[in-house]
Design a protein around this ligand. Structure first.
Ligand code: C2E
Ligand code: CA
Length: 563
């Protein structure tokens, strides 16, 4: 419980010295008394030490600036909207009281004064104000003016329990890379943007019965009660537009996770967690900044849980197998290399393609174990084919960006080929260019180490990432693998065609060999051949094959070469 202590300052404004003396005599033992003879003095005192004043006792009739004018001026300043102002009036002045209250007076004291009543009223007012300030400070975030997370949860639960609206949406929001704003423009500018956002959120929830919080940093929560399904899109659009037009030289990209409340049985806390899970998914998307925690999303989350649960035993059971997709020399039509692509042969779900689990393994780090196992299997196969006299061609394996963070990568790969007595030139490595964007130094160092260890290294999915051309010439690689989306049925769209031509020519000028992937048609094939592209891979030539089929192909190739 808060106590009123002696250090509180009470400002007494009255032109009549007798009145001031009386009030001082009543209150002086409990408070420090500051005196003002007219309205102008009150304003001066507030300017210099307004924060220290606990309450003002204000006479209405004063020369110069009267009490009404003071009330108007003080209440116009947002700093003093909550400062208690007690108006002192003559007992017979029935007009003054309602006017003063309408102008923002907190209370009034009729003259002549009754000491005990004055003491008690002032004491109560100060106590009330300080506990309100205290609660506000505890419940409100000082930068955005929104609730803190705890207060939000309480308020949101209240709104949900009242159940006055047909639909509710819990929205979690964050701004991409906001720490850069603070770094580049300073904390002050960062705070101004958060204040602006706080005001925008308050505005967008006005008259909706909704509540909002700044949970931490740039993480916001909103509970939005809606009259119709889809109304929440308006709020999201409003906040996105507002941030997009904010005058700062930085693209402010907000992301949203939305939980459409379909059952009132969950608590507000759980709903926030679900909205936040959707937000985390939105943060990983390039295309769509808003993700809903709906049925489809829940299914994906459950799948991820299932995959994470099964992955270790699947690795031990030997359920991950390399498939081999041949790469042909486009000029001679000869088999030149192959790419190993993992397939999870699941006892119940059958053959699973990597798109459904590689991103999960990359997030949880398991990819490093799976890749190592796959490289081992590939080397074991090459050994078998060699021993069977099949004269195998080199195989390239995919190296995840997560593997690049392992400082022992080159050593591990080297140990794998050594284990099967293979020369390093039999294992080529494909590294996707995303690492370059994330951490160019790391990528360059890793590539150097891998090449020094004797491996041929290629950049995978080259051409569509925005760092592509920027990295050419800076990274030590042997091969470029053109991103198949460049060919994606659009080869003859003029723009893409010239990009392919440009990249092939430039890479060849730099002494790099170019591999085109995703060749699906005879047209793709002819065009790339005529451009002088050395190697190609795609469904038109062959889809990825299980080991037995690929071994058969090697056998046939050998026969063909022998003839
Ligand atoms: P990627 O390295 O770009 O591999 C090419 C993908 O395109 C493969 O999909 C392949 O099956 C598919 N593909 C081949 N020819 C064509 C074509 O003509 N048209 C079309 N539309 N697609 C074609 P897959 O096997 O599903 O692999 C997807 C991605 O998963 C790979 O993309 C690679 O980034 C990753 N991945 C595959 N295996 C491994 C692995 O063992 N380790 C790691 N770290 N990543 C792997
Ligand atoms: Ca690849």
């Amino acid at each position: 419980m808060l106590k009123v202590q002696n250090a509180r300052n009470v400002l007494i404004a009255d032109d009549n010295i007798i009145n001031r003396r009386i009030l001082k005599a009543v209150l002086g033992s409990d408070y420090n008394i500051i005196e003002a003879e007219d309205g102008l003095q009150v304003m001066d005192i507030l300017k210099t030490r307004g924060d220290d004043i606990s309450v003002i006792l204000l006479d209405i009739l004063m020369p110069g600036m009267d009490g009404y004018e003071v009330l108007r001026a003080v209440r116009a300043d947002p700093k003093f909207t909550a400062l208690p102002i007690v108006v002192t009036t003559q007992q017979d002045d029935t007009e003054a009281e309602p006017v003063a209250l309408a102008l923002g007076a907190t209370d009034y004291l009729p003259k002549p004064y009754r000491p005990e009543i004055i003491k008690q009223r002032i004491h109560n007012l100060i106590l009330l104000r300080e506990s309100t300030v205290f609660i506000n400070a505890m419940e409100r975030d000082s930068v955005s003016g929104l609730y803190t997370e705890d207060a939000f949860i309480r308020q949101a639960q209240g709104v949900l329990d009242a159940n006055l609206y047909p639909y509710y949406y819990v929205i979690s929001m964050d701004i991409d890379r906001f720490e850069l704003v603070n770094e580049i423009f300073g904390l002050e500018e960062g705070n101004q943007i958060l204040q602006f956002l706080g005001r925008s959120i308050i505005h967008s929830l006005k008259n909706t019965g909704g509540v909002a919080a700044r949970a931490s940093g740039t993480k916001f929560y909103m509970l939005y009660p809606a009259k119709a399904q889809g109304d929440e899109k308006e709020v999201i659009r409003f906040l996105r537009d507002g941030l997009a037009s904010y005058p700062v030289d930085f693209i402010l990209t907000p992301r949203f996770g939305v939980y459409p409340v379909d059952t009132k049985t969950s608590t507000a806390t759980t709903m926030c967690e679900m909205a936040h899970t959707a937000l985390k998914a939105a943060q990983k998307r390039i295309d769509e900044p808003v993700v809903y925690y709906d049925e489809a999303f829940q299914k994906k989350v459950m799948e991820e849980v299932q995959i994470t649960f099964e992955m270790r035993s699947a690795l031990e059971d030997g359920q991950f197998h390399p498939y081999y997709q041949p790469k042909y020399n486009l000029q001679t039509g000869m088999l030149q290399e192959a790419e190993a692509l993992v397939r999870w042969i699941h006892p119940e779900r059958g053959t699973m393609s990597p798109a459904s689990y590689i991103p999960i393994f990359e997030r949880n780090g398991f990819i490093t174990q799976m890749d190592l196992k796959l490289w081992d299997s590939v080397c074991a196969h090459i050994r078998q084919w060699t021993d069977a006299g099949l004269d195998p061609v080199p195989v390239s394996v995919n190296v995840s960006w997560v593997d690049i963070y392992n400082p022992n990568l080159a050593v591990l790969l080297r140990q794998t080929v050594d284990k099967y007595g293979l020369p390093t030139r039999m294992l080529h490595l494909e590294i996707t260019e995303t690492v370059y964007t994330q951490n160019p130094h790391l990528m360059i160092n890793a590539l150097k180490a891998l090449r020094e260890a004797g491996f041929i290294v290629g950049v995978d999915n080259f051409g569509l990432g925005y760092s592509s051309l920027n990295m050419l010439g800076k990274i030590p690689v042997d091969e470029l693998k053109l991103d198949m989306r460049l060919l994606d049925n659009n080869l003859f769209v003029k723009g893409n065609r010239s990009v392919v031509k440009f990249i092939v020519e430039m890479a060849q000028d730099m002494g790099l060999s170019v591999i085109a992937e995703g060749i699906e048609t005879a047209d793709d094939y002819q065009y790339l051949k005529q451009l002088g592209c050395r190697m190609g891979q795609g469904y038109y030539l062959s889809s990825p094959l299980p080991e037995t089929d690929y071994a058969r192909l090697l056998r046939e190739e050998r026969k063909w070469k022998g003839n």
